[in-house]
Design a protein around this ligand. Structure first.
Ligand code: FPP
Length: 261
């Protein structure tokens, strides 16, 4: 592991970077996951895609537990993108149902485990029951101090950036902000992720190798790990493998590595 000379611009609530785990190994502070492959997992078994998503929620539960055990501070999961509305209505309904079930069934346990829930993504246009549940999850767990679970729901990075730009333009038009004062921090503090450190590691399962409109701004210095495993099969071993790959990376943040610098 190298020491960064430059840090990505952000407004973290606590210092960035990895923390030593119980075993002394450096653990990324923030891991973000594109949970891909539910549909293929189901189709390969002759099951409906909905079953793949249901098993995907089980994998999410396992991953939250493993993240806590491994000492990860922030876990962000891409649960529904702003583009997922293009899927057939029945599948969208399945995914909405699973989100509601996840919040109703798991919120109390997340709270007991000191998990703080944050939701990123556009709230406008969501069904009132969904919007209400998301608010309830955040309000109940607001003061928790353990893992922060960031659920990206109705999330698209370009939409998030456009909303931040709109907020900046509104401030400029109102005379509260000078155009010269617009810098990376001014943008970061208007994103949905304000206050959350940038991801150190982004994992995508299912073998696809792209970001699909996920955390495009925040990913500036993230290490990307693409794994062939389909999301419903993801478990603690797979997460540990991704962390091992992360440790082998030479993070320079635009500077020089410790070896050469
Ligand atoms: C990608 O699989 C996964 C999604 C579009 C949604 C991820 C959702 C979950 C893990 C369950 C829901 C969890 C919550 C908290 C709502 P895919 O359908 O794109 O799979 P494919 O690429 O194999 O078709």
């Amino acid at each position: 592991m190298t020491t960064a000379t430059h840090r990505p611009v952000t407004t973290p609530e606590e210092p960035l970077g990895g923390a030593p785990s119980d075993s002394g190994a450096v653990v990324p502070a923030h891991v973000a996951i594109i949970m891909d492959g539910n549909g293929r997992w189901a189709v390969r078994r002759g099951l409906p895609r909905a079953e793949g998503h249901r098993r995907g929620v089980e994998a999410l539960r396992r991953t939250v537990k493993s993240a806590i055990e491994l000492g990860i501070r922030y876990l962000t999961v891409y649960s529904f993108s702003s583009e997922n509305w293009r899927r057939p209505a029945a599948e969208v309904a399945d995914l909405m149902g699973l989100l509601k079930l996840f919040v109703r069934r798991d919120l109390a346990e997340l709270h007991r485990n000191n998990v703080r829930v944050r939701i990123i993504g556009a709230r406008e246009g969501l069904a009132p029951d969904i919007g209400g549940l998301l608010e309830e999850a955040e309000a109940l767990t607001r003061n928790n101090t353990g893992l922060t679970l960031v659920v990206a729901f109705n999330y698209g990075s370009r939409d998030e950036i456009a909303r931040a730009m709109r907020a900046l333009a509104t401030d400029v038009a109102a005379g509260r902000l000078q155009p010269e004062a617009i810098d990376a921090d001014a943008i970061a503090t208007r994103l949905d992720t304000a206050g959350i450190p940038d991801p150190d590691l982004i994992i995508r399962t299912s073998g696809e190798e792209r970001l699909s409109n996920f955390l495009l701004w925040q990913a500036a210095y993230a290490e990307l790990v693409f794994m062939p495993i389909l999301w419903p099969d993801f478990d603690r071993d797979a997460l540990a493998e991704a962390l091992d790959l992360f440790r082998q990376r030479d993070r320079r943040f635009g500077g020089l590595s410790a070896q050469t610098g």
